[in-house]
Each structure stands twice: as C-alpha cells, then as structure tokens.
Design a protein around this ligand. Structure first.
Ligand code: SF4
Length: 161
C-alpha cells in the first residue's frame, strides 16, 4: 500500500540513498517500526550505490549483507524479481501452515525452510510460499482456521471438521 507513493518519491537507489530520514519515515509510517525501516532503506540504497553500481545483486550472500535484509527478504527478491529459486520464503503464515500440516516440527524460519525444501520441486519454491501465505490469509487464518471450507482438510492432520 505504501509503495506507489514511496517509489514515486524515490524512483532509484541513488535518490533513496540521498533521502532525508524524516521524509522516508513519513511515507512508511503506517507499516510499523518505521524509524528502523527508514534507516535500513536508506542504508540499503547507499550500499547498492556504493557496492553494486545502483543495481540489486542477484545472489543470496550479497543480498544478506545489505541493511535490513535477512534470508526471508533475500528469498523474496531472488524468487520474485529474478526468478531464482535459492530458498523458500518463510514468513509468519508459512511457519504456522507448515506446522499445522505437519511438514515440520521446527519453530525457527531457517530450520522450517530446510524441512520444506526437499518436499517441493525447486522450480516451485517461490510459488509454494505464495500459496501457503495466501491460504494462511484467506482460509487457515491464525486462531480461527476455516477448516470446513479448506481444500486440503482431508490431508491436514490439524483439521477440525
Ligand atoms: S484443515 Fe484447517 S488447520 Fe488444516 S490447513 Fe485447512 S484450515 Fe488450516
């Protein structure tokens, strides 16, 4: 929701790198933790300009050392912007769904990702994350899953139907 106005103000890493913190904060205030995020965004843009000629790098190691970028964000960028299936994005929905479906017993995103990777063809790693997130938002909602409407209820060990 914030990105149209954000990218209109800062259409390139160079422009974001030169931004004032307060201007970035005001554009992303509604997302929460906006001060830290603004600091990371400006720092990330500066790193892109200084180390990568203003381009987003296409590998996990280079992405991971950018300010504000962890494995989850790096997986999102690689899988969706570049079509590189380096890993599976594990957000709060994927954590919940993977555990409910008994695809993992782990609790941390990186360990859950390691359990999911052998279960899904590599070409579908970006897709499976979208499917789980979408299912978690629409049907398997935290604390009130709609098991009666769920298309995988017959396969799900946690189904309450
Ligand atoms: S059956 Fe219920 S708990 Fe299992 S995935 Fe569907 S909504 Fe979630």
């Amino acid at each position: 929701m914030v990105t149209p106005a954000f990218f209109a103000c800062f259409p390139s890493p160079r422009m974001l790198a030169a931004a004032h913190q307060a201007d970035v904060e005001s554009l992303i205030r509604s997302t929460g933790f906006f001060r830290n995020k603004a600091k990371s965004l400006i720092g990330m843009a500066r790193a892109l300009v200084e180390r990568h000629g203003g381009e987003v790098p296409r590998d996990m190691a280079a992405l991971r050392v950018l300010p504000g970028v962890g494995r989850k964000t790096a997986n999102v960028v690689l899988g969706n912007a570049f079509g590189i299936n380096e890993g599976i994005t594990v957000d709060t929905h994927v954590v919940r769904l993977a555990r409910l479906l008994k695809l993992t017993r782990q609790t941390t995103p990186e360990k859950i990702e390691r359990d999911l990777m052998p279960l899904v063809p590599r070409d579908d790693w970006a897709l499976v994350s979208h499917l789980l997130i979408w299912h978690g938002r629409r049907v398997c909602i935290a604390r009130r899953p709609k098991c009666g409407e769920c298309v995988v209820a017959k396969l799900c060990p946690s189904a309450k139907v």
